[in-house]
Design a protein around this ligand. Structure first.
Ligand SMILES: [Zn+2]
Length: 392
């Protein structure tokens, strides 16, 4: 049975405390630190009610929205909003409303302060702090191609806007319409692949910008920081991206990790257990903790609560231990039933599940198949021919 409490007070409090105490907007050091607002209720000890969404601050101008499918990590600020994943389509209205509210509140809390001095003849525009209304969603990143991540692409794209460069603005017909959708090219391939009985997706639901190399950087600072997409080959799927907000040092992990279940491995979409282990090690390479694996770089898994290096290291150790146990049995030629009966996950009951979308049996089976289990062993090599004279 799954534990009823999905969110650790420790890590979320750490996240909220960091957000409240540590950070200032990098463009203007004198501005007020971000803090929970009417759009947020922190600390969150359990997920939002079904059909509801909830927003928590992670750090600076980075927030996370729970309850719309995959967790949506998002950046708000003077340049607009950037969302990592879109969530399910039926939640799109609530996501758009929550992002807009958070965005407006953040801008309001961080409005430029007046100088506090000056003669009446001097301009007081800064004192009046007249702010333009928040810009719309400018970018949506798809961490992979599952419906929980991309379902609301079309709705969110059409609620947003791309600002095209000056000399092409008049040439591209829809250059001013809709947010850009960024993803690894395998996401576009999977979403646009024809399937039996599958309706062709609307063009607005597909990524507009893809990459095929190891990483992809936004070509310019967005809301005061660099944003980098990093490809995780063959992990949850073959098109996984994690997203690093480099100044705030927050990483959106996609479905590489969940704090509720063992990692979901979509074998048909090119996922593998070794890719998951490699991806978690990559995250730990990038992360720097504040003190003894606590705090520092904050990570947002696709499902569950916000985590830090200690959480990821524990998860990496667990996944590696289970992988090695199963690998040992695969090498001994054991059947899937024998591997399941050996209970390779026995030390981690809080991640085990007998029912639901990702059971322990499904995980063990995916690990087993991913490591080549159940396949006929390769034929033994033929003995080397004996040369005349008895020498080989
Ligand atoms: Zn997924």
């Amino acid at each position: 049975m799954r534990p009823p409490v999905e969110v650790s007070a420790r890590a979320v409090c750490a996240g909220a405390a960091l957000a409240a105490a540590c950070l200032t907007w990098p463009l203007a050091a004198q501005q007020a630190p971000v803090r929970p607002t009417a759009a947020t209720r922190a600390p969150m000890l359990q997920g939002p009610a079904a059909g509801e969404v909830e927003v928590l601050p992670v750090r600076g101008n980075i927030f996370v929205l729970f309850g719309a499918g995959n967790n949506i990590t998002f950046s708000v600020g003077v340049d607009g909003a950037l969302l990592v994943d879109a969530g399910r389509p039926e939640m799109a209205d609530k996501v758009i409303a929550a992002v807009r509210r958070t965005h407006a509140e953040w801008l309001d809390l961080n409005r430029p302060k007046g100088l506090g001095f000056g003669a009446e003849t001097r301009s007081s525009v800064a004192d009046r702090a007249i702010l333009a209304p928040p810009k719309p969603i400018r970018y949506i990143v798809n961490t992979h191609s599952h419906p929980d991540a991309v379902g609301a692409n079309e709705r969110l794209r059409n609620a947003g806007r791309t600002y095209a460069g000056g000399n092409v603005a008049g040439d591209i017909r829809d250059s001013g319409e809709g947010a850009a959708i960024l993803a690894h090219e395998n996401v576009l391939k999977r979403l646009s692949a024809p399937g039996e009985g599958k309706p062709a997706p609307h063009a607005d639901a597909l990524p507009t910008d893809t990459y095929y190399v190891e990483s992809y950087k936004l070509s310019h600072f967005f809301n005061g920081e660099g944003v980098q997409l990093i490809h995780l080959p063959a992990a949850h799927s073959d098109g996984d991206s994690m997203v690093h907000f480099r100044t705030n040092d927050v990483i959106a992990l996609g479905d590489l990790m969940s704090t509720r279940t063992f990692p979901v491995i979509d074998l048909e979409a090119g996922g593998s257990i070794n890719g998951i282990v490699d991806g978690l090690n990559r995250v730990l390479d990038m992360a720097i903790s504040e003190f003894r694996l606590e705090g520092g770089t904050m990570m947002v898994p696709g499902e569950g609560r916000v985590v830090d290096s200690g959480d990821v290291a524990y998860y990496r150790d667990m996944v590696t231990i289970v992988r090695d146990r199963v690998l040992d049995l695969v090498k001994k030629g054991r059947s899937l039933e024998e591997v399941k009966a050996s209970r390779p996950t026995i030390d981690y009951p809080h991640f085990e599940a007998r029912s639901g979308p990702w059971t322990t049996d499904m995980f063990v089976e995916a690990v087993y198949k991913s490591l080549g289990g159940g396949k006929a062993p390769a034929p033994a090599p033929a003995p080397a021919a004996t040369r005349p004279g008895g020498r080989r």
